[in-house]
Each structure stands twice: as C-alpha cells, then as structure tokens.
Design a binder for this molecule. Structure first.
Ligand code: E4P
Length: 221
C-alpha cells in the first residue's frame, strides 16, 4: 500500500517524509487555505516546496466548477511542478475536464467520491486516481469501507487502471481495514500517521530493556 499524507502543512510533510514511508501528498482548498493562514505564503510557493520535499504525486485543487475553468486553473497548477496532480470534482464538468487533462498529459485525482457509480464514471473518464471520502460517509451513518470494497471490486472487474485513494481517514483502524481489503493508497492526516506508530507494549518494552541494561551495568568489570 502507498502512503500519502493529507495536509498542506510543510513542517508535517517534512517530518513524515523523514520517516521514509511517504509516497505522495493530497491537499484541498481547506488544507491549503490553512497553510496560507499559518505561513502567509503564496499557494504556488507552498505547493512547490511540497513537491521538493516528496518525490511523488502532489494533489492540488482549484475552485472552478465549470470544465473550462477547471482546465484553466489545473494547467496553471500543473506548471508549478511535474508531480502536481489535479484534483477534479466528481461532477459532469469535472469528467469533461479529465478528458482534456489526459490529452495534455496532466494527471488527475477525482475527489469527493461517495458512491460506486461515481467511481465507475470517473474510471471510465480516465482518472488516474479516485478518492472516496470514507470518514465523511461514516459521519453520515454509512460504511465508508464498504464503499472502498465495492469500488475495488468494480475496478478489478473491468481492469481499469485508476488507483483508489482512501481519503477522509479519521483513525488508524481505517488504515488497517483499507490494507486488509487491498486498497491501493491511503491518504492519512499527520496525527493519524503518528498514532500508527504507537503501541503501549512497545513503549513498555523499551522502558524495561533500558532499566534492565542499567541494572546489568553495575556488574560490568
Ligand atoms: C482527500 O484528498 C481530502 O483532502 C481529505 O481526505 C478530506 O478529509 P476530511 O473529510 O477530513 O476533510
């Protein structure tokens, strides 16, 4: 499974990248807006820095909703770095934009996917990545992971080459469940990445090894 980080915070991205397990980044207008407020930097400068930290796809999203506007904004974003992948909303105009991006050699990530039919349409349109938002589905009382399972079956049935990104992850168990059903990618918030490392028995084990070693040192010649 590939790990993407779901943030535009460059400090978090740098720290996660230093762990050596990061394959890409996803941002959205909310996350990038948060980083602009935090750092007072231009969005293009933030995205460029992210691309320099992580050698993998970096999803960036505009705010246009009509196909022409999505393509125009996407082309500008794609100029920032070769690894920029354009997030496209799961709408008819978004799907029209995907066709155009494909002809331009620009990669796309269909965002805000909440049903198997939407994923099927995005795969047929030729999206490179598609992102079901599982946490938001869980919040609404539906099973996000059930949808991931359905979409994986659908993609396999027809040998689509779109990669599924499990998005809107809320806790480490989401990543476990996604890995057990074979999801291609999880995009994970930084706080969840940190939680994935933790186990109280690991901490206890380290503490005990150090204490035992300290005691044994007294008997060294
Ligand atoms: C994915 O690409 C999105 O940026 C993200 O996962 C949305 O998550 P949220 O539901 O926590 O906002």
């Amino acid at each position: 499974m590939k790990f993407f980080i779901d943030t535009a915070n460059v400090d978090e991205i740098r720290e996660a990248a230093s762990l050596g397990v990061l394959d890409g980044v996803t941002t959205n207008p909310t996350l990038l807006g948060r980083e602009i407020e935090r750092t007072h930097r231009r969005p293009e400068d933030i995205l460029r820095e992210i691309c320099e930290i992580v050698n993998g796809p970096v999803s960036a999203e505009g705010v246009s909703l009509d196909a022409e506007g999505i393509v125009k904004e996407g082309k500008e974003l794609a100029k920032i770095h070769k690894n920029i992948c354009i997030k496209v909303p799961m709408t008819p105009d978004g799907m029209k934009a995907i066709r155009k991006f494909r002809s331009l050699g620009i990669t796309t990530n269909t965002t805000l996917v909440f049903s198997c039919n939407q994923a099927l349409i995005a795969a047929k349109a030729g999206t490179n990545y598609l992102s079901p938002f599982i946490g938001r589905l869980d919040d609404a009382g539906h099973s996000g992971m059930e949808l991931v399972d359905q979409i994986l079956t659908m993609l396999e049935n027809y040998e689509f080459d779109s990669q599924l990104i499990v998005a809107s992850i809320r806790h480490p168990l989401h990543v476990v469940e996604a890995s057990l059903i074979g999801a291609h990618i999880c995009t994970i918030p930084f706080k969840v990445i940190k939680l994935m490392f933790k186990h109280p028995l690991t901490d206890q084990g380290i503490k005990r090894f150090l204490e035992d070693w300290e005691r044994a040192k007294k008997f060294k010649k």
